[in-house]
Design a protein around this ligand. Structure first.
Ligand SMILES: [Zn+2]
Length: 246
């Protein structure tokens, strides 16, 4: 899946949200699992990443991915000497031909592009990262290091668990309402659901991101079986968001 919002820049930018098909992993990771940390055979994972590298024409040795820990740790990538970035949930670069990968199964893969300063970012925004404001902190880092203006940043939210499926318990309901407001909790049949996408969207608007510059995939990873979903499946694979400056 590709974002409409990046379409005018396709000469300069590549961005793709993968699904779970056309890989080699066996159940319960079938089949295009991109994560080495979920118990899948590493040979299959490397093969899956190689399939993507061929399909999307990037050099697998240059691929940067994160040991994602639901933190708000952000790193700037200057070269691809170390492919795995430890304890990190957002990566930023202004270098060409370094594909950045974020892996998810319900969390939001947030892909960012500043076409003025020519900077990209890949962000892992699950519930904890969202509560820690990781998307906003990533843009502030881009501003600090690359002089990015938040109003210039184009942002795509990939497939992720939506409010239809993201049931949460009382503790999380209370934390959400106390810190962010009632707006982000929906109630149906006495069950409560958290709207992570709207919360991230509103956080981004608060620092001056233009609402027209945010595209939110309508796909719920828990409803749509073309994607891995931790909520639906428990032990499962990870699909990914990949972004690269050409
Ligand atoms: Zn759903």
């Amino acid at each position: 899946m590709q974002f409409q919002i990046f379409e005018p820049y396709k000469e300069k930018l590549f961005c793709e949200i993968t699904n779970r098909h056309q890989g080699v992993s066996q159940e319960p990771y079938e089949s295009l699992n991109l994560a080495l940390h979920v118990g899948d055979d590493p040979i299959s994972v490397i093969q899956n990443r190689t399939i993507l590298a061929k399909e999307y024409n990037f050099i697998i040795e240059n691929l940067i991915y994160m040991e994602q820990t639901h933190s708000d740790n952000i790193q700037i990538i200057q070269h691809s000497a170390h492919n795995k970035i430890k304890n990190c949930d957002a990566i930023i670069t202004n270098k060409s031909n370094i594909p950045l990968l974020v892996m998810v199964a319900d969390c939001i893969p947030i892909m960012m592009y500043d076409p003025i300063q020519n900077v990209i970012a890949a962000v892992h925004a699950g519930r904890n990262g969202t509560f820690k404001n990781i998307a906003v902190k990533t843009i502030l880092k881009m501003q600090q290091v690359f002089n990015t203006n938040p109003k210039d940043v184009l942002i795509g939210f990939g497939a992720s668990i939506h409010v239809c499926c993201y049931e949460v318990g009382k503790d999380l309901v209370d934390i959400t309402i106390k810190n962010f407001g009632k707006k982000y909790i929906q109630t149906q049949d006495q069950k409560r659901y958290l709207d992570l996408q709207t919360l991230n969207y509103d956080q981004l608007l608060q620092i001056g991101v233009n609402s027209k510059n945010i595209e939110i995939s309508p796909v719920c990873s828990c409803c749509d079986k073309n994607y891995f979903s931790y909520r639906r499946e428990g032990t499962t694979g990870r699909f990914g968001g990949i972004i690269k400056l050409r």
